[in-house]
Design a protein around this ligand. Structure first.
Ligand SMILES: *Cc1c(COP(=O)(O)O)cnc(C)c1O
Length: 381
């Protein structure tokens, strides 16, 4: 195989990053604090129209700190989308709390409001009201926030939004991550912008973010010596890494536009293949970044299925990936309570993420086009 690999989503630098990194070196801010850390927090607050932000070493760390801020302790129950990446649930387990999984609905593939209500009512009936609800917006697609927030408000359950995959996405003109008590973003290598690794916690509530900064820098009390009254964490973002973030924030909207155009390109390319459906914005209320373009294979006479397409693309050195395997099916989480309707299990079997990087070239599009059309419509291609 000598054709270079086409990745699902790879880091895409803008050229602005080096300037911020150089500044950090020039001023010797080689530390987990400094002008880039403050600057990136300002950038994220301005971009999302949210008052307070703390940048941290990862999205996972942001979820962990977020759960601590919301008072999650051992044996507490935390509602959580089952259709997600394991990091969401790992953070619950770092608190020794109990994840309660909630299945997806067919319009957004995110948490189903009916299943959420059923889960809450059943947990209360069993004697315990869930402490927090983590709503995850996958693949850049906003969840049904009006419905989900109304249910959580009705039962007075605070919401933490896992917007690791949905930075820049909007519901009714409001940025994802800003609906709940807390929201998190990730800047890992394959996300819509990358700092090589990093995350952010945001909130309208200043106290939360001040506390997050305190906890993520080893929880040092105000004293001339080192004194500690609670357990701290070393979760703050480095000033070098934050410099990459500042460069990336400059181009975030451009990268979103590119990903949305890639999604459009795939939809046109595959429009005549009737057994393939796309994850699509259900209405004007939803603005997806289409971080990854996702397709679903319906049963068909041609005998085409997800795994066959994935393997054939791999032969051409084109990376694609099954959708997330639901958390209630994961060996490590299978014994926790789950409220499921079969939808996420079906998505896992029949869904595929296609290469969607904002740095894809014409040559990449040509290769993907000929591979996909060769596979899916052998007669007409
Ligand atoms: C990437 C991701 C995370 C974790 O973010 P990191 O920065 O990699 O720790 C959490 N939740 C979801 C849904 C993600 O996709």
């Amino acid at each position: 195989m000598n054709k270079p690999r086409i990745y699902l989503s790879s880091p895409h630098m803008s050229g602005h990053e080096q300037k911020f990194i150089q500044q950090a070196f020039d001023e010797n801010w080689i530390a987990p604090l400094g002008p880039n850390v403050d600057g990136l927090e300002d950038d994220i607050e301005a971009y999302n129209s949210i008052d307070h932000c703390a940048v941290l070493c990862s999205g996972t760390a942001a979820i962990h700190i977020g759960l601590i801020l919301l008072g999650v302790k051992q044996e507490d129950e935390v509602l959580c989308s089952t259709f997600t990446f394991s990091a969401t649930v790992n953070a619950i387990r770092y608190c020794n709390a109990v994840p309660v999984f909630v299945d997806s609905e067919k319009d957004t593939w995110n948490m189903c409001p009916e299943m959420l209500r059923a889960a809450i009512e059943d947990r209360i009936k069993k004697g315990k009201k869930p402490k927090v609800c983590i709503i995850v917006h996958l693949y850049g697609m906003p969840s049904k926030m009006d419905e989900l927030m109304a249910i959580c408000e009705e039962y007075e359950i605070p919401v933490l939004e896992d917007s690791a995959e949905a930075l820049g996405a909007e519901y009714k003109g409001q940025k994802m991550g800003t609906f709940g008590e807390l929201g998190i973003y990730s800047f890992n290598g394959n996300k819509i912008i990358s700092t090589s690794g990093g995350g952010a916690l945001v909130s309208k509530n200043q106290e939360h973010i001040e506390r997050a900064k305190f906890l993520s820098t080893q929880a040092r009390d105000k004293a001339p010596h080192y004194q500690h009254s609670v357990i701290g964490y070393n979760y703050r973002m480095s000033n070098i890494v934050a410099g990459i973030g500042r460069g990336q924030m400059i181009v975030l909207d451009k990268w979103i536009e590119k990903r949305r155009n890639i999604n459009k390109w795939y939809r046109e390319l595959l429009s005549s293949i009737d057994y393939i459906t796309f994850l699509e914005e259900p209405s004007e209320d939803f603005f997806s970044t289409f971080w990854l373009t996702c397709i679903y294979f319906n049963k068909n006479d041609q005998g085409v299925d997800r795994e066959m397409v994935r393997l054939k693309l791999l032969e051409q050195n084109i990376e694609s990936r099954p959708l997330w395997k639901p958390m209630h099916m994961q060996p490590v989480f299978k014994d926790f309570p789950a409220y499921v309707n079969g939808f996420s299990e079906d998505l896992f079997v029949n869904g595929l993420c296609l290469p969607s990087g904002s740095n894809m070239t014409e040559e990449h599009f040509d290769r993907i086009q000929s591979s996909l059309l060769g596979l899916l419509s052998p007669v007409t291609a």
